[in-house]
Design a protein around this ligand. Structure first.
Ligand SMILES: [Zn+2]
Length: 353
C-alpha cells in the first residue's frame, strides 16, 4: 500500500512510498484510512527538523491527525466494520512514570512516551492502519468529512480543561475569552469557548480569506489590531494563546483582567528576542493572582470531550475549516499552506489500493 513517509531528520527524504500492509496485532482493529490533517509538527518533520523512526527502521510513516473507517474489528472490541474512528497519537512510556501509570500520558514526566507519526511509531498517513481498540475513538457517523479535526480539538479540549481546573481554585465565573491566532487550534478553541457560553474574541493578522467570517459565524468578534490594543479593549478573563509569537504571548500576559488565566498552546522556535519590562509584568501577575499555563497533547478523556464538542458543532462550519483537500499522491502540495489556509488535509481513499 501507499503511505507518506520520511527518514526523520534527513532533508529531502519526504515521499509517498510503498510500505507493507498493516498486520493488526491480537485484538487490534484494521482501519481503512480516509484522511489525515497536516499541522506545524508535520511540517517540521517534513523539513527534517523533528521526529524519529521506529527502532530498526529507517523510514517513519507520518500523520497524527487521523480519520478512518473500520474494515475489521475483533468481536468484543466495541467496534464494528464501518465505524468512523480516529487513532490516538500518544502511548504511555514503558516505565511507566506516575502520570502515565494514571492514564495521564499527555503529562508524561520522563519524556519516553511514543507518538504515532512523530516519535518511534508509524502514523496514520497510509491507506490502511491498525490500532488498539483502547486507543481508537469512535466518531458520530455525521463527522465523516471533518473527523480529522478531532485530534486538534482534543488539544483544545485539554486546554479548556486546564483553564477550568485552574480557575476552580477560587471563585471563577469567566465572561470573556480572547483567542490569539485563527488557525485550526485557535478556531476550535473559539468554538469550545462559544459552547461554554463565553463572550469570545479572536485575534489574527489576516483581514482576507475565510478566518474573519468563520469567527463571525460563531457569534464571536474578530480583531486584527496590535495585541496591546485588543487586550486593553477586551480585558479578557481567559486567553488561549495559539500563535507562539513572543510579542503576542507577552502582550497577552500583561493585559488580562484580575485572576486572569493565559493558556499557552503555540510552540515557538528559539532565537527570537522580545524586550519586556520584567518587573512590571511580574508585579501585575502577582497583584492580580494571574496564572500562565502551558498545555500540549491530550489524554483519552480529552478525546472524548472533543468528540462531544464536534458532535454538537455546526457541520457546515466545521467543513469550512478545511480549506484544501489534497490526494495522497500529491501530498507535497499539502505542505505549502498560505496564511489564509486554515486546515489542509491529505485524503487517503482515492483508489490505487
Ligand atoms: Zn510517562
Amino acid at each position: 500500500m501507499r503511505a507518506l513517509t520520511v527518514i526523520p531528520r534527513q532533508r529531502q527524504s519526504f515521499a509517498v512510498t510503498d510500505v507493507p500492509d498493516p498486520e493488526p496485532g491480537d485484538g487490534e482493529l484494521l482501519v481503512d484510512g480516509l484522511a489525515v490533517g497536516v499541522c506545524g509538527t508535520d511540517k517540521e518533520i517534513a523539513r527534517g527538523d523533528y521526529g524519529s523512526a521506529p527502532p530498526d527502521r529507517q523510514r517513519l510513516v507520518v500523520g497524527h491527525e487521523s480519520l478512518g473507517r473500520v474494515r475489521h474489528a475483533p468481536s468484543g472490541s466495541g467496534f464494528a466494520p464501518g465505524d468512523l474512528v480516529v487513532g490516538v497519537v500518544r502511548r504511555p512510556d514503558p516505565v511507566p512514570c506516575g502520570a502515565c501509570a494514571h492514564g495521564q500520558f499527555d503529562m508524561c514526566r520522563n519524556g519516553r512516551y511514543t507518538e504515532r507519526g512523530i516519535k518511534q511509531l508509524d502514523g496514520y498517513a497510509s491507506q490502511a492502519w491498525a490500532v488498539e481498540p483502547g486507543y481508537a475513538v469512535k466518531l458520530d457517523p455525521g463527522l465523516a468529512g471533518v473527523g480529522m479535526l478531532l485530534e486538534p480539538a482534543s488539544v483544545v479540549a485539554k486546554a479548556w480543561d486546564e483553564i477550568e481546573k485552574i480557575g476552580a481554585r477560587a471563585w471563577f465565573e469567566p465572561k470573556t475569552v480572547l483567542v490569539t491566532g485563527a488557525g485550526p487550534i485557535g478556531l476550535l478553541a473559539a468554538l469550545l469557548g462559544v459552547q461554554r457560553g463565553l463572550d469570545v474574541h479572536v485575534l489574527d493578522r489576516v483581514t482576507t480569506g475565510p478566518k474573519p467570517g468563520l469567527v463571525r459565524d460563531l457569534g464571536a468578534v474578530y480583531h486584527h489590531e496590535p495585541i496591546g490594543t485588543v487586550m486593553s479593549g477586551v480585558r479578557p478573563d481567559v486567553v488561549v494563546e495559539a500563535t507562539g509569537i513572543g510579542s503576542v504571548v507577552f502582550g497577552a500576559l500583561a493585559g488580562t483582567a484580575p485572576y486572569g488565566i493565559v493558556c499557552l498552546t503555540g510552540v515557538s522556535s528559539a532565537g527570537r528576542r522580545v524586550t519586556v519590562d520584567a518587573g512590571d509584568l511580574n508585579r501585575e501577575l502577582v497583584l492580580d493572582n494571574d496564572v500562565i499555563v502551558g498545555s500540549v497533547n491530550a489524554n483519552l478523556g480529552h478525546y472524548a470531550a472533543a468528540s462531544d464538542a464536534l458532535a454538537q458543532a455546526d457541520r457546515d462550519w466545521l467543513g469550512r475549516l478545511i480549506t484544501r483537500r489534497v490526494p495522497l499522491e500529491r501530498a507535497a502540495e499539502a505542505f505549502t499552506a498560505t496564511d489564509e489556509d486554515v486546515k489542509v488535509v491529505i485524503t487517503l481513499d482515492d483508489g490505487h489500493r
